[in-house]
Each structure stands twice: as structure tokens, then as C-alpha cells.
Design a protein around this ligand. Structure first.
Ligand code: GLU
Length: 334
């Protein structure tokens, strides 16, 4: 975006689609994600010109339910290339909210730069009454442009809140305040472009991540199985037959699973599949050896990560090792 102010930071906006670029399709509720280009989104917020020189790049045009590992790798490569330019201050990524936490956590692990990387989306399509996208985009650029946002890992901005990608989850299907971080709360607040940053992140990320640097050509298959009362073993066995190198169990309570599922996951672990126990509860830590003997069964405890983020870390971990002890250490580190 052109700006007459030479001292403003240069920021690359990588667009992937999402509801922030969505258009209603007739009725008040139905809409299509990723209908507008990034040029149109930026053009709708002329105030951005006072914050930064924006360079825009459309990497994908998806509802984020269609986000996948190959777009993650492409996005990471584009972000790394942009951030390697000494004249570029930060990257902002527009993204659907459904899977934003996974993309954000992936980038938090593979992008080895202290420069801000900020993901932003919206819950209401761009044509909706009180669309939240324009202010979210304005706030995201304000955060990315601020030097104090450096070194905090990948951030997510929405609803006047700044979240650590590692900590945050989408918790509501439709409300604008969908993003919550159950363990450590907010990274900060941003009101009409003014930042209030709180405590820094606690886990290793970006410049200190062992996954930063050259990207793998692809990621290994890791499946998530959701535990429930009366669970059978069939879906676990099917995942292993389909070639999963890792399995994340969204366990009940403290990462628990019933006898049938336990027998199937134990067999998978014996066959060399990495098995991570996480929790479907939405909060809390899954520790080792509480009701399940992880040492004996060769399982990995997800520690603080929810199932979808445990999957991201396990995929990256499996590009380095299949050793459960080494993988466990990663879950205590990242
Ligand atoms: N399915 C959409 C997406 O993730 C809706 C969520 C949104 O962007 O708010 O792209």
C-alpha cells in the first residue's frame, strides 16, 4: 500500500483466505470464505497507510478448514524469505480462524526470525454487519509494526486481543471473542492500534527452535483419534493401516482411553508408531504415568498441547526422530 511516510516499517501481508475475506451468499448467514483478494481487504482499511508500507502476496485462497501441510510449508517458506530481507520489519498473515491455531503454532516452530509474525482473521465475513475483519487487520498490522512485538513468537490478533499462537484455541463456533488461551492468558491487548503487551512466552520458539531453518519437503502422516465412552479400537487400527507414523489421542480427562483403545494404541506403539496422549477437555496438563503407564507402553504425554497442536509438534518431531523419549522431551520444550 502506498504511503508518503518514509520512516514507516515495511510489512509483508501473506493472504490465505478465510472469513476475513468472506462474502455473504444471499441469506444473512450463509457465506463463502476467501471470496475477496488481499488487495480488496487492504483497500477497505485506508488507515493502514499510516501504520506501515504494506506489500501483499496471495499465497492461497482457502477457508481454513481446507488448510493443509503443503500450504503450511509454502507459507513458512514465503514468511522465511520475506523476513530474511533486512529491510522488511514483519509479516502479517490473513487466515481463517478454524485452523489458525495450528498454522500459527507450526510457524512458531519453523520460522527462525525474531521479527513479528502475526496471524489475523475474522469471525464475520467482510460483507456482514459489524464485520470484525477491518479492525482486526488494522490491529494486526499495528502489532506487527511495533518493535516490542519482536521476539515473542508467532502471535494471533483478533477481537482487540493479542495471543501467543502456542497458547490459544478457537473455542466458539461463531462469536467474535472465540480465541481463548486457557493456560497463560493473553499475550496482550490492542485497542485501535495501541498495544499493551504482557508477559513474554514461556516455551522455546522461532529463533530458539530446533525446527527453524530448512523446511522438510513434506510432513509425515499423523492422525488424531477422539476418545469417548465406549470407544472401540477400529479407528486406531485403521489409522495405523493407513500409514500413520504418529497418533494423537484426544483422550478423556487426563489423556485417558479405555481398555480397547489402550490395547490398540499399545500395539501401534510396539509397531513403531509414535503415540501421544492429549486431552479432549480443552485445558490442563497431561502428565506421564498417572493412570496410564507411559514408561511401559512407550507413550508420549502431550504436556500442555491440545490434540491439534500436539499433532503439529509430533509431525515436526517425526522429521527428526521416532524415539519416544526424544519426542517426549520435545513436548516438554515446545
Ligand atoms: N471456515 C472459515 C475459516 O476458517 C470460518 C472461520 C473464519 O475464518 O472465521 O476459514
Amino acid at each position: 500500500m502506498p504511503s508518503s511516510h518514509p520512516a514507516l516499517p515495511r510489512i509483508r501481508v501473506l493472504a490465505t483466505g478465510g472469513t476475513i475475506a468472506g462474502a455473504q451468499t444471499g441469506g444473512a448467514r450463509g457465506y463463502q470464505a476467501a471470496a475477496f483478494s488481499i488487495d480488496a481487504l487492504v483497500g477497505a482499511v485506508p488507515q493502514l497507510a499510516a501504520l506501515a508500507h504494506l506489500e501483499v502476496e496471495q499465497v492461497a485462497a482457502l477457508g481454513s478448514q481446507d488448510m493443509n501441510e503443503s500450504v503450511w510449508l509454502q507459507l513458512a517458506a514465503r514468511a522465511q524469505a520475506a523476513l530474511a530481507d533486512p529491510a522488511l520489519a514483519a509479516v502479517v498473515i490473513t487466515h481463517g480462524t478454524d485452523t489458525m491455531e495450528e498454522t500459527g503454532y507450526f510457524l512458531n516452530l519453523v520460522v527462525g526470525s525474531a521479527k513479528p509474525v502475526v496471524l489475523v482473521g475474522a469471525m464475520r465475513p467482510a460483507t456482514e454487519i459489524s464485520a470484525d475483519g477491518p479492525m482486526n487487520l488494522y490491529n494486526a498490522v499495528a502489532v506487527a509494526a511495533h518493535p516490542d512485538a519482536r521476539g515473542r513468537g508467532v502471535l494471533i490478533v483478533a477481537n482487540d486481543e493479542i495471543h501467543f499462537a502456542r497458547e490459544v484455541s478457537k473455542t466458539n463456533t461463531t462469536q467474535v471473542g472465540t480465541f481463548k488461551a486457557t493456560h497463560r492468558g493473553l499475550a496482550g491487548l490492542v485497542h485501535a492500534g495501541r498495544l499493551h503487551l504482557y508477559a513474554p512466552p514461556v516455551r522455546r520458539h522461532t529463533t530458539a527452535s530446533a525446527f527453524a531453518g530448512p523446511l522438510p519437503p513434506a510432513l509425515p502422516r499423523v492422525d488424531i483419534v477422539y476418545a469417548h465412552a465406549g470407544m472401540g479400537r477400529e479407528l486406531i487400527d485403521a489409522a495405523v493401516r493407513a500409514g500413520a507414523r504418529g497418533l494423537v489421542v484426544a483422550g478423556v480427562g487426563d489423556g485417558n482411553l479405555n481398555a480397547a483403545a489402550l490395547a490398540a494404541t499399545a500395539a501401534a506403539a510396539r509397531a513403531g508408531v509414535a503415540v501421544v496422549r492429549s486431552s479432549r477437555t480443552g485445558g490442563g496438563v497431561v502428565e506421564r504415568n498417572i493412570e496410564v503407564n507411559d514408561d511401559e507402553l512407550g507413550f508420549i504425554a502431550a504436556d500442555e498441547l491440545n490434540p491439534q497442536k500436539a499433532r503439529v509438534l509430533l509431525m515436526l518431531g517425526l522429521t527428526r526422530t521416532a524415539d519416544p523419549a526424544a519426542l517426549q522431551e520435545m513436548f516438554f520444550t515446545y
